[in-house]
Design a protein around this ligand. Structure first.
Ligand code: ZN
Length: 211
């Protein structure tokens, strides 16, 4: 997979003051990390999203100062470490679409990571691309999805649930997205692991220019 980035057209840098003014009024859930990946700032849209989704413990007052890795599934941490390194070393932004559905709403979002300077850090914004009621769902039959400890395994990218009797079958079951943490195990489904999160695909070598 080639990293999806915006064109190389350089935007005029804006001051931090102007940046915060934009973020405070933005509908995009946005936050800033320092160079050590600690959360430095969350905008009001972050708190609104946290409240709407029952995550009061994730409001800005609770997460400022914490490393972003505390809130990133461990399966995705090497991938996002690569993303941060990519944006900083190439001084370029990076974008990535992902599923952020709730039990009632099908939601596809796009994450953008922007490198920051003076001081170095990262701005992350999350824009909603699609938001609509779910069109379909599978029957959440416990026998099909629950393991021996009554937990279900959900893909942390596409949000599908693993079928316990199969190594390959994963179904989209919106009802599982509202389960408490103690009933969920996060993993990557085979498709997401193969096509989106395989380290060898993250960066492609520059094309060789014929002499
Ligand atoms: Zn998946």
């Amino acid at each position: 997979m080639t990293l999806r980035t915006r064109s190389a057209k350089r935007a005029k840098p804006i001051s931090r003051k102007s940046l915060f003014s934009v973020l405070e009024n933005s509908q995009d859930v946005s936050y800033i990390l320092d160079a050590r990946f600690n959360i430095q700032y969350c905008n009001p849209a972050w708190d609104r999203f946290a409240h709407r989704n029952g995550g009061n413990r994730l409001t800005a007052s609770h997460v400022i100062g914490a490393p972003i890795w505390d809130f990133t599934p461990w399966e995705l941490q090497p991938f996002f470490a690569m993303v941060f390194d990519y944006t900083l070393t190439r001084r370029d932004m990076w974008r990535h679409a992902y599923d952020c559905s709730s039990p009632r709403v099908h939601r596809i979002c796009e994450m953008s990571v922007h490198p920051l300077s003076d001081p170095e850090g990262y701005l992350i914004t999350n824009s909603v691309l699609i938001q609509e009621p779910h069109e379909y769902s599978c029957d959440p039959n416990p026998v099909r999805y629950h393991d021996g400890e009554s937990r279900v395994t959900v893909c942390c990218h596409c949000r599908c649930t693993k079928v316990v009797s199969s190594q390959l079958d994963w179904d989209f079951v919106p009802g599982h997205l509202g389960l408490p943490r103690e009933q969920l195990t996060q993993d990557l489904c085979p498709l997401c692991r193969a096509y989106l999160y395989t380290p060898s695909l993250w960066l492609t070598k520059p094309a060789t220019v014929p002499a």
